[in-house]
Design a protein around this ligand. Structure first.
Ligand SMILES: Cc1cc2nc3c(=O)[nH]c(=O)nc-3n(C[C@H](O)[C@H](O)[C@H](O)COP(=O)(O)O)c2cc1C
Ligand code: SF4
Length: 461
């Protein structure tokens, strides 16, 4: 990795980095002040579009393009929803930003609301983040008192109110339309699209949903310019005409069997190996890695010989994974049994499926039942092909279920079986040598929460 100066995490080491005084002392809110004075909302959108910023919440959709879908002549109100649900297993970078630099998140939010002409922003915050809640609320109060929020911000004529809406403790609340339903006071069942939120979102009004890290990037794009942002990362791949490139800094959360788990900032395109060795301090106890989740559980797994993959929006896809996802890197060492990985993944997605779509609801539970049976010593070799067939049918073709959870549920199964088939077959042969389908009962389902007794790796953020 060439020399790289962190920007998103630049302030977090300072004492009291979460306070307005410290944020302002490091130039905080000067970008907002300048933008409100010198730039029109369209110019802010244009700068973000030119920067090539792609959403950091998982799908990597270009942010400027998403904003341009808002109807130009809508009388309002327009809403901005800040997605701070962060439920993807292995992901905790939004938490670091909100706890240690909440004003950076707020400044990005205010700039983005100005660009999209939103007059109300809701921060949908994962309920399990109490410190982030207290710090964000304190930051909002400070920002109101200093004139950065509320009516006629800094005398510009632009007004914005920001509210925190605490989440309902389910993965599906992070899906953008599930999140919207939840803010409306309903069960977080994702909506069929179209209409997309940009046209008909919160309270049936045009709405933008963006991730916390995406909005923090907006602040730096407006401060330093689109060209600076494009100078970091990876240009479009010449092999893929649809690839718009992977630009800017990215937060990677490294967890599992590493010496120094944590949240680190690096340029997009850094290799997975470099992340683990330079930032994560290498695999613990001097062991080798066996498998690595590149970007949150739903992206699947890489095997140890795939670790030189560039961590940009196309690299993990070329290794058979779903994508870069959230950048949540989970390392499993050479002693970690892949049946545990399969079991933890299947249990998580079966528990979190909201149940609206048959392939997702039935497929995730069926896969879990088979994996539980294999784990309990009643597996047969044909089960692995059956699991692959189920995985191929859970999401069927992306777009045939209401939301992306189904597709995310399929990827850990597909990649674990394709890349670690030999180990899984050995496990089945060892635990059920006759291949006989006994009537021995399988242990009862637990409540779906990760069991630390069973697994040395926790799949929680
Ligand atoms: C099941 C599911 C869970 C999701 N959870 C989150 C989440 O916790 N945080 C997040 O920002 N995006 C999450 N997303 C992605 C959002 O739907 C949406 O694409 C994202 O918030 C858009 O922001 P961005 O363009 O800034 O990435 C999830 C998607 C799915 C399908
Ligand atoms: S794909 Fe799964 S989680 Fe998403 S709406 Fe359908 S049933 Fe619910």
């Amino acid at each position: 990795m060439e020399s790289f100066e962190p920007v998103l995490l630049a302030n977090i080491q300072r004492p009291d980095s979460h306070t307005l005084a410290v944020y302002e002392a490091t130039g905080g809110y000067q970008t907002l002040r300048r933008a409100l004075r010198e730039l029109s909302p369209a110019q802010v959108v244009d700068e973000v579009r030119r920067s090539g910023l792609r959403g950091r919440g998982g799908a990597g959709f270009p942010t400027g393009l998403k904003w341009s879908f808002l109807p130009a002549d809508h009388p309002g109100p327009i809403y901005l929803c800040v997605n701070a649900d962060e439920s993807e297993p292995g992901t905790f970078c939004n938490r670091v930003l909100m706890e240690l630099d909440p004003h950076q998140v707020l400044e990005g939010t205010i700039l983005s609301a100005y660009a999209t002409r939103a007059t109300t922003a809701y921060i949908y915050l994962r309920y399990e983040y109490p410190l982030a809640y207290r710090r964000l609320q304190a930051a909002i109060d400070e920002a109101y008192a200093a004139g950065y929020l509320g009516r006629n911000i800094l005398g510009s004529g632009f007004s914005l109110d920001v509210y925190i809406h605490r989440g309902a403790g389910a993965y599906i609340c992070g899906e953008e339309t599930g999140l919207i339903e939840s803010i409306e006071g309903k069960r977080a069942w994702p909506r069929s699209k179209p209409p997309f939120p940009a046209v008909e979102g919160l309270f049936r009004k045009p709405t933008v949903v963006n991730n916390v890290e995406t909005l923090a990037c907006v602040k730096h794009i407006i401060e330093r310019g689109a060209d600076w942002f494009r100078s970091i990362g990876v240009p479009p791949s010449p092999d893929d005409p649809r690839d718009p490139g992977s630009f800017g800094p990215k937060l990677f959360c490294i967890s599992g069997h590493v010496n120094k788990p944590g949240c680190y900032e690096a340029p997009l395109g850094i290799s997975c190996r470099e992340l683990i060795e330079k930032f994560g301090g290498g695999v613990w106890k001097g062991r080798r890695a066996k498998a690595v989740v590149p970007g949150g559980l739903s992206t699947g797994v890489l095997s140890v010989d795939e670790l030189d993959v560039p961590m940009d929006f196309v690299g993990p896809v070329q290794k058979g994974c779903l994508g870069l996802g959230t950048g949540g890197v989970i390392v499993m060492d050479e002693t970690y049994p892949m049946i545990e990985f399969l079991h933890n993944s299947c249990r998580f997605f079966a528990h979190e499926s909201c149940g609206q779509c048959t392939p997702c609801r039935e497929g995730t539970s069926w896969a879990l039942q088979i994996v539980r049976r294999i784990k309990a010593g009643r597996g047969r070799l044909v089960d692995l092909d059956l699991l692959l067939e189920i995985a191929d049918n859970i999401g069927i073709i992306p777009g045939t279920t209401i939301c992306g959870l189904a597709d995310g549920a399929a990827w850990p199964i597909k990649t674990a079986i394709r890349k670690f088939r030999e180990e899984l077959e050995d496990y089945i042969k060892r635990t059920n040598p006759t291949g006989y389908k006994t009537r021995r009962p399988v242990p009862a389902l637990d409540n779906g929460s990760p069991s630390h007794k069973e697994s040395p790796v926790s799949f929680q953020g």
